[in-house]
Design a protein. Structure first.
Length: 301
């Protein structure tokens, strides 16, 4: 017999419904809870549902959902990623979760990875309902990452951003980019690890679309969670960093961690950005569980 149950729910958030899975441990008393969301252009079925299962097995309620415009969640512009809109939606998810009788509203943590790892930092800094933060291979500086990724093509890319804005202002459809290469079109991510990770979505989830709007890349280049990392304290912060990460560069993450205030903890994993999901998932999951158990399995006044 399973130690937890899972049911599908729809959560209203700023004019859309977010498609979510609600994991509940088999216990009578209200449980501490964890809010989970996926990274850039991903969906909840892309490996992190296995993380949610592990959290539920040890006694945490978990809400795992797709961001607006992705998966089965609502949203009119499919594949559009606006980070601050996702954060506002996440705060609505926290409100929804806090009203569930199965949940102890005084013991809610947040887990995010990659782009949503940045969201976890932002939520820890902005929303004091959050009692504990786990940020795995997080986005720290969209600007610095953008410069490294585009290199000498930076002005060409910015010109494309500006042209897309004019087109959209005139009522034309948004421009799109592939996430990974497909049908001769290059992708945002070109590494073998990225292609294996995102390519798995075609078999793990129904209807995953290998594209995001060009505006998503523009807004990502403006997203700076690292600027608020010192404001997460006194909420406990765990950062999980991959040593060879070039997607959300490890040096940026380590620099941000040094600016964070106590209580904090750093977990270093070998290899690249996508390896915490599978290759090193046992370490990343167990480290997160230890942090959540330490900081959520106690009462807060």
């Amino acid at each position: 017999m399973s130690s937890f149950s899972r049911r599908s729910v729809k959560i209203p958030a700023n004019g859309v419904e977010l498609d979510a899975w609600f994991y509940l441990p088999n216990q009578k008393q209200p449980a501490p809870a964890i809010v989970m969301s996926h990274g850039f252009a991903a969906i909840k079925e892309l490996y992190i549902d296995k993380f949610a299962e592990k959290f539920a097995e040890v006694g945490f309620a978990v809400i795992l959902y797709d961001h607006r415009n992705f998966g089965k969640s609502g949203g009119d512009i499919r594949g559009e990623i606006i980070p601050h809109q996702q954060i506002e939606d996440m705060r609505e998810v926290i409100s929804w979760l806090s009203l569930c009788p199965e949940v102890d509203a005084a013991r809610i943590g947040v887990w995010g990875s990659s782009f949503s790892g940045g969201h976890a930092i932002m939520l820890g800094a902005l929303d004091r309902r959050i009692r504990c933060v786990v940020s795995q291979v997080p986005t720290i500086s969209g600007y610095q990452t953008f410069l490294r990724r585009t290199g000498s093509d930076v002005n060409t890319v910015r010109k494309a951003f500006h042209e897309d804005r004019i087109k959209r202002f005139q009522g034309e459809a948004p421009s799109y980019r592939r996430v990974i290469a497909q049908d001769g079109e290059p992708g945002i991510y070109s590494s073998t690890g990225a292609e294996e990770f995102y390519g798995a979505a075609w078999t793990l989830a129904e209807g995953w679309e290998n594209r995001v709007t060009l505006r998503s890349s523009e807004k990502a280049s403006e997203y700076e969670p690292g600027l608020l990392i010192d404001r997460v304290s006194p909420t406990p912060l765990l950062m999980i960093v991959a040593e060879d990460d070039t997607v959300t560069p490890a040096d940026l993450a380590l620099s941000a961690y040094n600016k964070a205030l106590e209580p904090k903890k750093l977990c270093m994993l070998p290899d690249g950005h996508f390896d915490p999901y599978l290759k090193h998932s046992e370490k990343s999951v167990n480290t997160a569980i230890e942090w959540f158990e330490k900081h959520l399995n106690k009462s807060h006044k």
